[in-house]
Design a protein around this ligand. Structure first.
Ligand code: MLT
Length: 253
């Protein structure tokens, strides 16, 4: 069962977090959007309060999300997933079109891992098994944050990474390695969808995010300047502004 934080009233707006963080990465979005929305921020299994860690797949996490929405009496929501959160949100939206009114895919991709990426995931799993999480912050911080990220954000992300357990990390890296390719399904994603990229994202190319947005019938695309992989934390004003514009635009459609 997923734990979650909830604030505000109104239409449901659900944020799914990245790896290796937890729902606390949405602090600035909770602050900004909870005056108009019922903001729900679940923790993926093994992260934050969703303990104990256990093996999972993107589809199983989608089932957990559906169960959480049922528990909360939410039929339809706007779903925003960042990176690993997007790997869960995209197939969820495709398989549950009635539950997702609008989708936000931030710093994420539709395709499966390439062979080289699978090899890197396997090396990471081996290292987590053999040495635990000791080197994880040094490995992940330069991948996650652009050079302009503040010291405060760096410290926050480091502390989040340090809270994870090797077991939860292994399950998440395995789920990401084994995720299915969703590219061919993109033309069938019929809800308004905002694709967000960071100009300095070390994990994803801006052009790849743009190509994904173009394959989605009602896809929109925005680049947040001078941010890496976690634009919602690195430049919350710009991220919130882009999301707010998208929500207001699709509200008035
Ligand atoms: C994430 O930010 O959720 C992950 O680092 C993405 C990935 O490793 O593919």
């Amino acid at each position: 069962m997923l734990t979650f934080a909830e604030r505000g009233r109104g239409p449901a707006l659900v944020f799914l977090h990245a790896y290796p963080l937890d729902s606390s990465m949405w602090r600035a979005q909770i602050e900004f959007f909870s005056n108009r929305y019922r903001v729900i921020t679940p923790d993926i299994i093994g992260f934050g309060g969703s303990q104990p860690a256990a093996q999972w797949t993107m589809a199983q996490m989608g089932d957990e999300l559906a169960a959480l929405l049922d528990r909360l009496g939410i039929e339809r929501c706007t779903l925003a997933g960042l990176s690993m959160g997007g790997y869960i949100s995209l197939p969820f939206a495709l398989s549950h079109p009635r539950r997702v009114e609008r989708l936000v895919l931030a710093h994420t991709r539709a395709r499966a891992d390439l062979e080289t990426e699978r090899t890197a995931r396997n090396a990471m799993i081996d290292e987590l098994k053999n040495a635990g999480t000791a080197t994880l912050p040094e490995k992940m911080l330069p991948r996650l944050l652009g050079p302009d990220a503040s010291e405060e954000v760096r410290g926050f992300v480091r502390a989040s990474i340090e809270r994870t357990t090797a077991e939860a990390d292994i399950h998440a890296v395995t789920a990401m390695r084994d995720r299915e390719d969703q590219t061919a399904r993109l033309p069938g994603l019929l809800c308004p969808t905002l694709v967000v990229a960071g100009s300095g994202d070390a994990i994803l190319k801006v052009e790849d995010s743009q190509t994904m947005a173009e394959a989605i019938p009602r896809g929109e695309f925005v680049v947040i300047p001078r941010t890496g992989h976690l634009s919602n934390l690195e430049d919350p004003m710009a991220f919130n502004g882009a999301l707010d514009e998208f929500l207001r635009r699709s509200d008035s459609e």
